[in-house]
Design a protein around this ligand. Structure first.
Ligand SMILES: Cc1cc2nc3c(=O)[nH]c(=O)nc-3n(C[C@H](O)[C@H](O)[C@H](O)COP(=O)(O)O)c2cc1C
Length: 310
């Protein structure tokens, strides 16, 4: 059976995970590491965990030769750390705070937990090697985890209370920032103005938003809340979701390249700043990643951030 690799990757990405950085030292002591969400706890007695390392990872050989390694579970304050370690930058450890563990494996400060392991077993598995580690030392710290789902980061459980609070307060505009590859869908208004697509006033809900676009032949999959803000000028609250869109742009809509968004045609300040942030984050996401999709939605901020329209 042959599968479309993109489809398979998307389907596998439906399993939401945390994010870790797996770290190790080269024989000359240089710290190395990479972002991994393939972490799994395996056994309590003996204490075992595993991660899967792509055979294409530059650090694979280092792991195969090392006498110890560490798994650092990232917190929701460490998105940049995840992005950094998902790159193939040579100096990743120059850019984070870290210290040596008891086994000399590098431990990244600010992580939710560290596990220092001895290599227990390497299992050859297709284009990956499964590294099973025996846990020698561990520590855990307060904080909330960084999550990963279908190619996007998310902060667990922070969205709904914020959304509920906003919905209680009255007038709400609900829109979405939806991309198709490296393009974004915007709604065209009179006089060349542009806005993000909004849910119709009579049905301010995610379903309403999706139905509205579906009527125009556009299929929108919403992933996460992207921004929640207070629009003082309009005395309303705005909620933007993030997602992806399929279909040709119907009349009244157009796709614009993220590398060259016509922000001057977006009048609403909050929308403009959310779109600028999205374009910027999209650019940062352009590193080689496990899911093989370098340009799409790597470092989007997907938790709700209350944002003034000023
Ligand atoms: C959220 C996320 C999860 C990842 N999970 C894995 C993983 O489990 N195994 C893996 O080999 N690469 C994974 N990657 C990709 C590596 O982090 C990336 O290929 C990195 O460049 C490898 O570093 P290296 O080549 O310096 O070893 C992941 C990337 C991201 C963004």
């Amino acid at each position: 059976m042959t599968f479309d690799p993109r489809e398979l990757r998307s389907a596998l990405g439906s399993f939401a995970t945390g994010v870790t950085v797996v770290s190790v030292r080269q024989s000359d002591g240089t710290p190395r590491g990479f972002t991994a969400n393939s972490f799994t706890s395996v056994s309590l007695e003996p204490p075992l965990l595993l991660i899967c390392i792509a055979k294409s990872a530059h650090s694979l050989e280092v792991f195969q030769e090392a006498s110890s390694f560490a798994v650092n579970i990232l917190s929701d304050t460490q998105r940049e750390v995840s992005g950094l370690f998902a790159s193939q930058a040579a100096n990743k450890f120059d850019l984070v705070d870290w210290q040596s563990g008891k086994t000399q494996a590098p431990l990244i400060s600010g992580s939710l937990a560290h596990f220092e392991c001895l290599p227990h077993q390497f299992v050859d598995a297709g284009d990956h090697v499964i590294l099973i580690g025996k846990i020698e030392h561990f520590a855990r710290f307060d904080g909330t985890p960084l999550g990963y789902f279908r190619g996007n980061y998310f902060d667990l459980g922070q969205e709904q209370p914020l959304l509920d609070a906003v919905l209680e307060q009255g007038r709400v505009k609900l829109g979405c920032i939806v991309s198709k590859g490296s393009h974004i869908l915007l709604a065209q208004q009179p006089e060349g103005r542009l806005t993000v697509p909004y849910a119709p006033k009579e049905d301010i809900s995610l379903m309403g938003l999706q139905r509205n676009l579906a009527q125009n032949g556009l299929r929108v999959d919403i992933d996460f809340l992207y921004a929640v803000f207070n629009d003082e000028a309009e005395k309303s609250h705005g909620i933007f979701y993030h997602g992806s869109v399929q279909g040709e742009a119907a009349e009244g809509y157009a796709y614009f390249p993220l590398s060259n968004l016509p922000l001057d045609r977006v009048q609403d300040k909050a929308e403009r700043s959310a779109l600028a942030r999205y374009a910027e984050e999209h650019r940062h996401g352009s590193f080689g990643v496990y899911h093989g999709n370098e340009t799409h939605g790597m470092v989007q901020t997907v938790s709700g951030k209350k944002k003034s329209s000023q």
